[in-house]
Design a protein around this ligand. Sequence first.
Ligand code: PMP
Length: 409
Amino acid sequence: MKQKPFNVEDIRKSFPNLKVGVHEKPLVYLDNAATTFKPQSVINAVANHYKSGTSNVHRGVHTLSQQATAAFEDARNKVQGLLHARKPCEIIFTKGTTEGINLVASSYGQAFLRKGDEIVISEMEHHSNIVPWQMLCAAKGCILKIAPFNDQGELIREEFQKLLTPKTKLVSIVYISNSLGTINPIKEIIADAHKQGAIVLVDGAQTVGHLAVNVQDLDCDFLAFSGHKIFGPTGVGVLYGKESLLDQMPPYQGGGDMIASVTFEKTTYNVLPYKFEAGTPDVAGVIGMGAAVDYLQSIGLKNIERYEQELLNYGTKALNAISGLRLIGTAKNKTSILSFVLPDIHPHDVGTLLDEEGIAIRTGHHCTQPVMKHFNIPATSRASFAFYNTSAEIDQLAQAILKVKDVFR
Ligand code: PMP
């Protein structure tokens, strides 16, 4: 796809939501790790499906159904291209990252994990990459082991390696932490796990849409992400899985579309990827996610990565200049997430006062309570950037934080 030179002002024009005002101030949206705004092309793709293309997929011989099916499958090809997967059938459409992880825990876990088998995750996981494994361990008698991180928020590789034994059957690790911004050395982690014969699931929720991802080069066995964090619609996402593994796994849910034939005596299952896509999918959402992939490709992941690193460096300097402010997550290898605490001011107060200035950030534990426990804090304030944010917005953030400090002095 042809890429235009990176121009943030041009890019901003594609996102209507950036133009809304909050408390009669122009909105500064710095909550992109929670969800991202949608470019007009994504909004159009979803609206056009409902305006003139509404139909179910894989079922009809009529024109609209065939068109919807073609657009739906085209979105699969686009995601395959984005992730550099070997085949489109390795792309399973889900509701999001959470469902992708639950699918693997349920299907792979139920079929292949046994009592006493070990699963390794890390201390910086999102709850959606902790709880499904706890549930599986409770059901199957497996053992969950936790790889720690240091006070910069970097995974301690030697400690992780020490946890890997011949009993380790599965490793599930976040690529980029949503509360710390840490970029884990995922390729090395995957190689470590493979050496012990474990399979690896990568939580790519904060990665796809920020970094170029090549699943074949990483050699991950599974990777999950959400459409709404890559400038696409909510309610859709992707689980990438190696064909050889997906082929061996039993279905996750039963219903329409996932079967080859049904009788009361015996049901046979459909081929990949449909075996894992029971029921009517979010057709418009998937088509919208395909449009989001097109949009990302038109900007270029390398350009996005470079620009977001500049924003991160600028933002880190700006926030470090505020006396008393402590950044939570100072890994050498980081992405555009700045979590911070201010002495004696609760993050919720920071968030509320920033909102009055038109600045949207996230406050709380960010669904990573073990990360908060590590730093012995209840919550952080988190500013998270996308490629449509600017250094001027970071200046506004820094000014507003100074104002918060004044209010509490
Ligand atoms: N993992 C990480 C690292 C995340 O940031 C998130 C969303 N905050 C998730 C998993 C869950 O994503 P979703 O709620 O879209 O399923």
